[in-house]
Write a protein that binds this ligand. Sequence first.
Ligand SMILES: [Zn+2]
Ligand SMILES: [Zn+2]
Length: 459
Amino acid sequence: MSLLLRSTARNVLKYSAHPTLASNIGCQRIGCYRSFLNLFGKSKATHSEGGLFFPFSQSPFPAVRARGDAIRSLAPCPVCPSDGHAHKVNLSLVKYECPDCGWPSHCSKEHWEMDEEHNKYCSRLRQVNEDDHDLRSGRKMHEFQLPGPQAYEEAISFSNWDLFWYTRGFPSMDTERSRRHASKLLTYPLTIGSVLHQNSGLTLNNQRVTLEGSRSLAALRTILHVPPGAPDTEEAGVLKPQIRIFILGARAESSLPPHVWEQLCMLFPSCNFHLFFIGPQVSLPKQVNQPVPQSSSSPLSNTTQQTEVNAEEASEYVPNIYEPPTPKPIARLKRTRSSIQLYGVPSYTIPYSPQLTITGIQANYSEVHPQFQETFDPYTDAFFLFSPGFGFPSMASLSELDGKPLLQIASPSEWGAVVPAMLATRCAIFVTGFSPVDVERDIRSLEVAPDVMVGGCRF
Ligand SMILES: [Zn+2]
Ligand SMILES: [Zn+2]
């Protein structure tokens, strides 16, 4: 069995979270942007791209204004504590909006002017502000026009996002903003695809995978690909078993439209996939009689090639502080059916295309593991956990010894029973983290995990 941990920067500040690509693209971009802006000091961010910049309180979009309200009601001023104002609790909330990035950032203009730290990330906040307004602008989002199947003689490259988009036939991504939008949309399917694919950048040679890890990947690739020289086409997969990807602790992953997940299938033309989103925060389909909110701002939002980013407008902003909220219900498609009879918990299945079936199960994985445990096969099945937070303290379980919160990996209400169950399947387990620090925290937590022999795992 192998436990592979890669560092990703999932959705923090909207940088690409692709494990292979983030280091190639994200870092370069950050470096360039900063050095350019540093030339201009405080008045830096005035080079806005036509009309996309608004202070949060003056945004034309209710969801952005609501986000600003939430920040103003929760965030303390970063300068107050060092300026002797810490005792004035109410005064220290951020009421002043930075004119450069538009975010509520300080209690007052005076403290904003005193703060040297804010300069370091103001330009990135400005980017997020403009990206959010761009997404809602109603323009035709060519970044979200996804290509169809790959011709079998055309190899796909995962060296960096640009090569991937080029070799997959995406519309050209001319601006950094387009690249951010597209990499954010594709981050989950491409993280999975770029790790499993035989052209993956994780190889024994560059030491990004261990011998044990490469054996697990080799087993999966005997099913994912065809023998060398054979055409990798849909017909070649007639007798192949289905590939099952179990995404545990799924949240936003489960609300991504199926046509975006279909991009994973198109990397493996001869495979049939069954994706399982399993976790207490899995998004379920809308009730049958619940009206589907129609977005008014984009004329193309009803087509299957558009994502549902605009649908967010209808809902209030929910602050994402410690435990992110369950995403909104997903659209109910023609063939969506309930699977509650099958799994005994709230769940659904969509046979989306001949190549792709999606099942969502809203429950802790340990509740449904017994139904799967006899069926696992390391050649066809793999687990993916996106930023599971193994090393974070549990919100629900306290240690009997000292009364302190257990780490989530040891907590019966979180990952305590799940990790040993996954390891017993002998299937590959892929875990990502927000940052290198996050990944290291998760790895260290394995040492205190019950029923997990760290000696059996390699990183
Ligand atoms: Zn202050
Ligand atoms: Zn700012």
